[in-house]
Design a protein around this ligand. Structure first.
Ligand SMILES: [Zn+2]
Length: 263
């Protein structure tokens, strides 16, 4: 038997006896113990042995090599293997939508002149980490992926744009954004809610559009699904009032938010 194919035998440390000329706790190599022992082999050594068989890169434990050194050697080899195979890891949404310029999306998200709570809501929606029934159903937490109130598939889009009065409520920020951009609402894509990778000029107008979208997403992210259009208008009025208390408002959005009074 060559040393490479040698099987490890472990002589347990239960009693201070000497077996096969080896001290207790030593690992013998390439020869059977004189009599089969019944003591359990420590899980750590079983694991190491399995690892050794799995990876041809790691040479077996040397005579007299301590378990710690052996484990360190395994770790170093595995680390080298991982580094050699390492792929650049992207976020889930980045893999789902590879054509989107995600650097722009994250930059725009954090430059939105909104309170942190609103930005955090939008962040969750953009990341698609909301426990929608579609996702819960995929990991077998719910029996169905249908919405409880409208029996449609409960996707992220359904959560934000379609469920309940979502369609009508989306009409408001859409109209506001269209007025800010001096265009028609149909030219304001719904995709901006889930992936705001647009670039507008001047920056004040851009920030005003971001604020309108972020407020809408934060409002729709609330748990209560029976929120009406009136609730949304009240929400807008409150956030606008709060925002107008902000001393930096003129430098952030200028007068672009006055379009809210026109819708
Ligand atoms: Zn629904």
């Amino acid at each position: 038997m060559s040393p490479q194919n040698a099987v490890l035998y472990f002589i347990p440390t239960t009693s201070p006896r000497k077996e096969n000329g080896l001290l207790n706790g030593e690992v013998a190599r390439g020869m059977e113990p004189s009599r089969p022992h019944r003591e359990r082999i420590p899980a750590k050594l079983v694991y190491l042995r399995q690892l050794e068989m799995d990876t041809a890169y790691i040479t077996p434990q040397r005579q007299g090599e301590s378990v710690t050194t052996y484990r360190r050697r395994i770790y170093e080899v595995l680390l080298k293997l991982m580094q050699a195979e390492a792929q650049p890891i992207g976020m889930r949404v980045e893999r789902l939508w590879p054509d989107t310029d995600w650097d722009v999306v994250w930059k725009k998200l954090w430059t939105t002149p909104a309170p942190e709570s609103i930005k955090a809501s939008w962040y969750r929606i953009i990341h698609d980490i909301v426990p929608t029934r579609e996702r819960l159903n995929k990991i077998r937490i719910t029996l169905t992926d249908q919405c409880r109130s409208c029996a449609e598939k409960y996707t992220l889009r359904h959560h934000i744009l379609e469920c309940g009065a979502g369609r009508y409520q989306w009409g408001w920020p859409r109209q506001g954004v269209a007025l800010t951009l001096m265009t028609e609402p149909r030219w304001v894509p719904e995709e901006w809610i889930l992936r705001p990778h647009f670039k507008l000029w001047p920056p004040k107008r851009h920030r005003a559009v971001l604020l309108l979208l972020a407020q809408f997403v934060a409002f729709r992210s609330q748990q209560a699904r029976e929120l009406t259009l009136q609730d949304y208008q009240d929400f807008l009025r409150r956030s606008k009032w709060k925002f107008y208390q902000n001393r930096n408002r003129p430098t952030l959005v200028g007068n672009y938010l006055c379009t809210l009074d026109m819708i």
